[in-house]
Design a protein around this ligand. Structure first.
Ligand code: PLP
Length: 423
């Protein structure tokens, strides 16, 4: 344990167990982090996806510097500011027509989803919300209330009904996974949950923290049709896999659906705290009641977010996520052929997951060991999944194909060390 890390443990209240290794970072550039022991680590986590352009990207640094020196008001509560207006206009152009109304700004994915949960009930007068088992929508009381991750039991809202997320690997095929969940939904509407009481269905277009589950073809179009039939608002939580990460700008585009409301966070600020909810004006008017947060919509974070969106466009980072994602995926598939611990490789673009299994069961211990060993060898990774056995890859969108292969070579060694009991 390094000096800085030890001091943090004595002074900061932090969920250090979510880090999986004793990392204290003192710098970073692109896809690399510098530890306080001087080591350069290849970062395949990008701070849980927040460092979308990598570390210390010049565009973000310049935008933040400029906004701090010009700063005209730190609070959107007290005055309008230019970066926020420009950002809102930009975000409105990036969502489907039906969501193109107004933008609400928050600080995190959690407060954005909490706002959605309260707003959709207030706007529709319907008391119920649907979300998926395994879904992580945030850590505040209101966002946990509409989440389905096992870590969030006990915080769920009375009006919440959880629906299984289709898991093609567990079900044996995408078709079987899709049919089972759609049949479950139809039955739910016919029995326990009157659809006319449901305000919204919160979806993750790829379920990340639940295990990087990719929906089967045709699944979300069927969910969308159900929502339209019953006047249920469709909300896409793009916090983790949106903004280009999946190889499309919005991850819901892979399914060809058009949500009513889109939620952005994490990578939007390129490391600075900002989130956004985008939806129709009549619905978003109900978000105003939840806007009493002094520094929401502050110009420094908004300027960083604008720089992120401009850089994604200018440097064609959506296409890069697809290209480098293919290289990463190919290298992981090649690992799967050699490591019996690997049960499944899945994901889209630079949102990928590798499920580890031993004797047909989730290999949670080996997953934690692999992550720890990878850290020792120079690769920052983390794991997710309702059984804590899915290695998750959310590197910066700037990742090169050669960095992708370099990281997988480290993982190769880490998995070999775990299998041989060398960790
Ligand atoms: N939504 C999704 C899909 C997430 O993955 C997360 C965080 O992991 C959140 C919302 C919450 O975002 P934050 O941790 O920024 O509050």
């Amino acid at each position: 344990m390094t000096g800085l890390y030890a001091r943090e443990r004595r002074s900061v209240s932090t969920m250090a167990h979510l880090r999986f290794y004793p990392l204290a970072a003192v710098g970073g550039s692109g896809a690399y982090l510098t530890g306080d022991d001087g080591r350069q680590l290849l970062d395949f986590a990008a701070s849980w996806g927040a460092a979308s352009l990598g570390h210390a990207h010049p565009a973000v640094r310049e935008a933040v510097d400029r906004a701090l020196s010009d700063q005209a008001g730190a609070s959107y509560l007290s005055s309008a500011n230019e970066p926020c207006v420009l950002l809102a206009e930009k975000l409105l152009s990036l969502v489907p027509e039906r969501a193109r109304g107004r933008v609400w700004f928050g600080h995190s994915g959690s407060d954005a989803n909490e706002t959605v949960a309260r707003m959709v009930v207030a706007a529709t007068g319907r008391p119920r919300i649907l979300a998926f088992e395994g879904a992580y929508h945030g850590g505040t009381v209101g966002s946990m209330a509409v989440s389905g991750h096992p870590a969030q039991q006990g915080a769920r809202a009375e009006g919440l009904t959880l629906v299984p997320y289709p898991n093609s690997y567990a079900a044996g095929s995408p078709q079987a996974a899709k049919e089972a969940v759609l049949a479950h939904l139809e039955k739910l509407f016919a029995t326990e949950v009157p659809p006319e009481e449901v305000a919204a269905f919160l979806i993750e277009p790829i379920q990340s923290d639940g295990g990087m589950l990719v929906p089967p073809d045709g699944f979300f179009p069927a969910v969308e049709a159900l929502c339209r039939r019953h006047g249920i608002l469709l909300v896409s939580d793009e916090v983790k896999v949106g903004l280009g990460r999946s190889g499309r700008f919005n991850a819901f585009e892979h399914s060809g659906i058009e949500p009513d409301i889109v939620v952005f966070g994490k990578g939007l600020g390129g490391g600075l705290p900002i989130s956004a909810v985008v939806g129709p004006e009549a619905i978003m008017n109900h978000a105003v009641a939840f806007s009493l947060q002094t520094v929401h919509g502050n110009p420094v974070c908004a300027a960083a977010a604008l720089a992120v969106l401009q850089t994604i466009e200018r440097d064609r980072l959506v296409a890069n996520a697809e290209r480098s994602g293919k290289a990463l995926r190919a290298a992981l598939d090649e690992l799967a052929a050699r490591h019996s611990l690997i049960g499944d490789v899945r994901g889209r673009g630079l949102a990928l997951g590798v499920e580890l299994v031993a004797d047909g069961k989730p290999a949670a211990r080996q997953t934690a060991l692999a992550v720890y060993r990878a850290f020792q060898l120079g690769l920052v990774l983390y794991y997710v999944g309702v059984n804590s056995n899915v290695l998750e890859f959310t590197p910066p969108l700037t990742l090169t194909e050669s960095e992708a292969r370099q990281g997988v070579a480290i993982l190769d060694q880490a998995l070999a060390d775990v299998a041989a009991g060398r960790v």
